[in-house]
Design a protein around this ligand. Structure first.
Ligand SMILES: Nc1ncnc2c1ncn2[C@@H]1O[C@H](COP(=O)(O)OP(=O)(O)OP(=O)(O)O)[C@@H](O)[C@H]1O
Ligand SMILES: [Mg+2]
Length: 261
């Protein structure tokens, strides 16, 4: 079994605050995992750590066999190229069209310059790929629209097309439907999971809706106050267990600080 993401006893903190308090798990290639946990329990910190954006106090993170901890800057660029991020706030460039935003996804892969990403000098192959990615998410007819001319659900589709353009191996989706209504949210989850399955990708996706987690996830990882409380296949997880993630001391900043915490 090949691993997509491995965390070994990962610890991350900010000053005196210990946020990740020894997080370990292993996600095999092809698995779609939902990460659950209350506000402030450390989910986004974990997701940033997977991209090398947080300095580990200790522990190890390995992405597709490459250790982040021992990575040179060049290695880190290579690892980051293989990771696609989807965020709650879509993070599209407001001045650019949907098409240009998608072209940006190719920037790291081909070292395309900014002019190319504006579509001015992009190779025909890349332009065709960007259109194909927009088609894949049902947004080809909005290619010329700017983000402000699109609904939240449509913007998230464009962000997913940009992620597809990047051709990642691993998808990190941090609350991808938190800004969307229930119908648009479901459509985005359908799309994300469909892409993960069809492309053989691996995904770690945070959600706050337990029913959707049950419906979509292959596996649940549940965090509470910086630690993994649940790590189980979806068939082995029940609502009582999941609900318990949201009771008692859930936030890391409500816990005592220091190494013992
Ligand atoms: N850059 C930072 N500097 C200091 N503290 C931080 C920083 N980033 C996060 N924290 C703290 O770390 C803790 C965990 O935050 P994090 O954003 O990882 O939680 P989360 O589980 O993603 O919450 P939510 O569900 O609200 O998104 C919080 O107490 C937060 O205040
Ligand atoms: Mg968060």
């Amino acid at each position: 079994m090949t691993s997509a993401i491995t965390c070994q006893n990962v610890r991350v903190g900010y000053g005196p605050l210990n946020v990740l308090r020894g997080v370990s798990f292993d996600i095999p290639v092809g698995q779609g995992v939902v990460l659950l946990g209350a506000n402030g329990c450390g989910k986004s910190t974990l997701m940033r750590s997977l991209n090398g954006l947080e300095k580990l106090q200790s522990g190890k993170i390995i992405i597709h066999g490459a250790s982040l901890t021992d990575a040179t800057r060049r290695d880190l660029r290579q690892i980051r190229r293989g990771m696609g991020y989807v965020f709650q706030q879509f993070n599209l460039v407001p001045q650019l069209s949907a098409f240009q935003n998608v072209l940006l996804g190719a920037m790291g892969r081909h070292r395309l310059g900014i002019l190319a990403c504006l579509g001015l000098t992009a190779p025909a192959g890349e332009r065709a790929r960007a259109m194909a990615c927009l088609e894949r998410v049902g947004m080809a007819d909005r290619a010329r629209h700017r983000p402000t001319e699109l609904s939240g659900g449509q913007q998230q589709r464009v962000a997913i097309a940009r992620m597809l353009m990047q051709a990642p191996k691993v998808v990190i989706a941090d609350e991808p439907i938190a800004s969307l209504d229930p119908k648009a949210g479901r459509e985005v989850l359908d799309l994300l999971w469909q892409i993960v399955r069809e492309e053989g990708l691996s995904m770690l996706c945070t959600l706050h809706q337990l029913d959707l987690a049950q419906e979509y996830a292959d596996r649940i990882i549940g965090m509470k106050a910086g630690r993994v409380e649940i790590d189980a296949a979806i068939a082995d997880t029940d609502m009582t267990q999941m609900n318990a993630l949201y009771s008692g001391m859930t936030r890391v900043d409500a816990q005592p600080t220091g190494e013992a915490a």
